[in-house]
Ligand binder design. Sequence first.
Ligand code: NAD
Ligand code: DAU
Length: 350
Amino acid sequence: MKKILITGGAGFIGSHVVRHFVKKYPHYTIFNLDKLTYAGNLVNLADVESAENYRFIKADINDAALMQQLFADHGFDAVIHLAAESHVDRSIASPNEFVFTNIVGTVNLLNAARHSWQGRFDGKLFYHVSTDEVYGSLGEEGMFTEETAYDPRSPYSASKASSDHLVRAYFHTFGLPVMISNCSNNYGPNQFPEKLIPLFINNIRHNKPLPVYGKGENVRDWLYVIDHAVAIDTIFHSGRIGETFNIGGHNEWKNIDLIKLMCSILDRKLGRDPGTSARLITYVKDRAGHDLRYAIDSSKLQRELGWVPSLQFEEGIELTINWYLENQAWLDSVTSGAYQQYYEAMYLGR
Ligand code: NAD
Ligand code: DAU
C-alpha cells in the first residue's frame, strides 16, 4: 500500500498524472498537494475528487516546516514533484517567484523526504519532473540527449536546471533515491490559456489577434499530455534510481506552421471560410532570449523501458481542439479576473 505525494496536481500536467495514478492504482493512496495558484484548478480533477484513494492538501511547497509536518503526518513513500511556476513569459516579467517555488520549494521537499525517510530508502522514491528547456537552445540540427550539457537561458529554465542539480546533489550526497525526467512541450486538455496552443484556440474562437512572437520560426517538439503521464508512470515503476530520462514526441513544429494548422482546423470546426482565422495572425515583438529550437531524443526511454507515444499529432491536436470547444465554460472561468490583467499587461501594454 503505497502513499504517493504528487505536488502540483491541480495544474495542467499534474492533473493528468493524478487522474492516471488514482484510476490505475486503486491500492495506492494519492495525495495531491497544491497551492492553487492562478494555474491550479481543482475543477480539473472533478471526476476523481471523490475516489477513495484520493486526498487533496492545499499547501505551499515554500513552507518548509509544513512540508516536514506533512511527511511526519502521512508517511509518504514516494513523491512525484510537478509543482512549479511554469510559464517562461511570467519568469521574464517577475523571476523571483520562480526562484522561490522552483528552487527553494524543491529543496524543502527534498529535505522533508530525507528527514522522514531517515536513511531507510527501501521502496522510497523522489521523482522530479523537469523540462527540456534546461538544455538551452538548438540550431537547425541535433537533439537533446540525457548527456547534453545544461545551458538554461530564461529565469524559468534556470530555476528548473537549478532544481535538477539539487535533486542530483541529494542523490550523490545523501543517497536519496531520486529519478528525473526532462520532457518537451506538452499539449492537451486543461492547459492554462497563457501557453501557445490553448491561448490561440481561445483567441481564434473569440476572433482576437494571434500574437506570434518574432517571425514564428521557433521550433517546439510537442507531446500529448497523457503520453507524458504514462511515461512518468513507466519511469516511476521501472526506471533505475539516480537515472534521468528524456521524454518527447519526435514531433517538431515551427510555431507558424502549427498556428496555421490550428487556424485551418478551427475554420472547419467553426464553419468559417478557409483562411478566415489565419487573418488574425499578428507578428509581435519577440520574447526576450527566445530559444530557437527544442528537440528531444527519447530513445533511452524507448530502448530501456519500452515507452513510445501513443498518439499521432494529427489525432492529438484534433482531440485537444475539440476539448477546448466543448469546455468553453472551463476556459471562461479560468480567463476571468486576474487573467484579464495578465493578458492586458502582456499583450496590450497596459
Ligand atoms: P502548471 O503551471 O499548469 O501547474 C503548476 C501547478 O503547480 C499548479 O497547480 C500550481 O497551483 C502549483 N503550484 C505552483 N506553485 C506552487 C507552490 N509554491 N506550492 C504548491 N503548488 C504550487 O504547470 P504544468 O505545465 O502542468 O507543468 C508541471 C511541471 O511539469 C512543472 O514542473 C514544469 O516545469 C514541468 N514541465 C512542463 C512542461 C509543459 O509543456 N507544460 C513540459 C516539461 C516539463
Ligand atoms: O519545452 C518544455 C516547456 O514548454 C515547459 O517546460 C514550459 O513549462 C512550457 O511553458 C513550454 O515552454 P514554451 O516557452 O516552449 O511554451 P509556450 O507555450 O509559452 O510557447 C511555445 C512557443 O510559442 C514559443 O516559441 C513561444 C511562442 N509563443 C508563445 C506565446 C504564449 C508565441 O509566439 N506567442 C505567444 O503568445
